[in-house]
Design a protein around this ligand. Structure first.
Ligand code: ZN
Length: 254
């Protein structure tokens, strides 16, 4: 099988011109896109677009910022859990889930955020699915919680936390996905520098903006080039390695 590029973390439901975004991605060899869920609303939409576009693969979960975006999330929990269970054969991962103590400043929301994360990790264990994790500002807590769950594989998305936990994640064999922020972020560069290429993945986190430009799956072609330069690995060889990594952690994409 020829290697292809795969954007393993994209909020594809948020684009107004998804047709165009997919077309651009394919023009640079990005053939598959994992669309990650965030909320009760977005998971319905993600299932819809994955039915429409063969390039889109759904990952479902509740984002840690949902506790402050959605006052009703506690009441919606059961329905979200049901939707995830009902679609277990369609989804390739549980995500985007995790803890956030950086954007979520309201400490009174932390217990609920933690409870939701625990439920999502239990679902991943029950359904034998990998997880796609957001850890911003709560790296220690997330890393402390993970060993209690038996989860096939862990993907840490856009890691930018302390080096101590980067090292711990590397020791535990977690996969780190790299965004276009590699062009300016010292923390992302550090992650690339320290992580063996056997544990790297590519992601756009689109439509998040990078230096004012809307992030798209097509941009991961340049992320690959940047990693290749940074680690001094020929682009073809790296593309092949990252393709193998992606197959290993997300077998349901194939
Ligand atoms: Zn994201």
């Amino acid at each position: 099988m020829e290697p292809i590029l795969i954007d393993i973390h994209c909020h594809a439901n948020l684009y107004l011109t998804l047709d165009q975004v997919i077309k651009e991605a394919k023009s640079v060899g990005v053939e598959k896109i994992i669309a990650v869920g965030m909320s009760a609303l977005s998971i319905e939409r993600i299932l819809e677009i994955s039915d429409i576009y063969e390039e889109i693969f759904p990952a479902l979960g509740i984002h840690p910022e949902e506790v402050r975006m959605n006052n009703d999330i506690e009441n919606q929990l059961d329905s979200v859990i049901n939707i995830i269970r009902e679609n277990k054969n369609k989804i390739c991962a549980i995500g985007e889930i995790g803890l956030d103590h950086h954007f979520v400043k309201e400490k009174e929301l932390y217990p609920l955020q933690k409870r939701i994360f625990e439920i999502m990790l239990s679902l991943a264990q029950e359904l034998k699915l990998p997880v796609n994790l957001h850890t911003k500002g709560a790296e220690k807590l997330v890393f402390d919680m993970l060993p209690s769950f038996n989860i096939p594989n862990v993907n840490i998305h856009w890691y930018s936390g302390p080096e101590e936990f980067l090292n711990l994640g590397i020791d535990r064999g977690y996969f780190f996905s790299i965004t276009p922020a590699i062009s300016y972020s010292p923390a992302v560069k550090k992650t690339v520098e320290k992580t063996d290429e056997q544990f790297l993945l590519l992601e756009s986190d689109g439509p998040v903006k990078y230096s004012g430009k809307t992030g798209t799956p097509a941009m991961i072609r340049d992320v690959l080039k940047a990693i290749s330069k940074f680690k001094d690995i020929p682009p073809d060889e790296l593309e092949n390695q990252i393709f193998e990594n992606t197959k290993k952690i997300f077998p349901k994409l194939f």
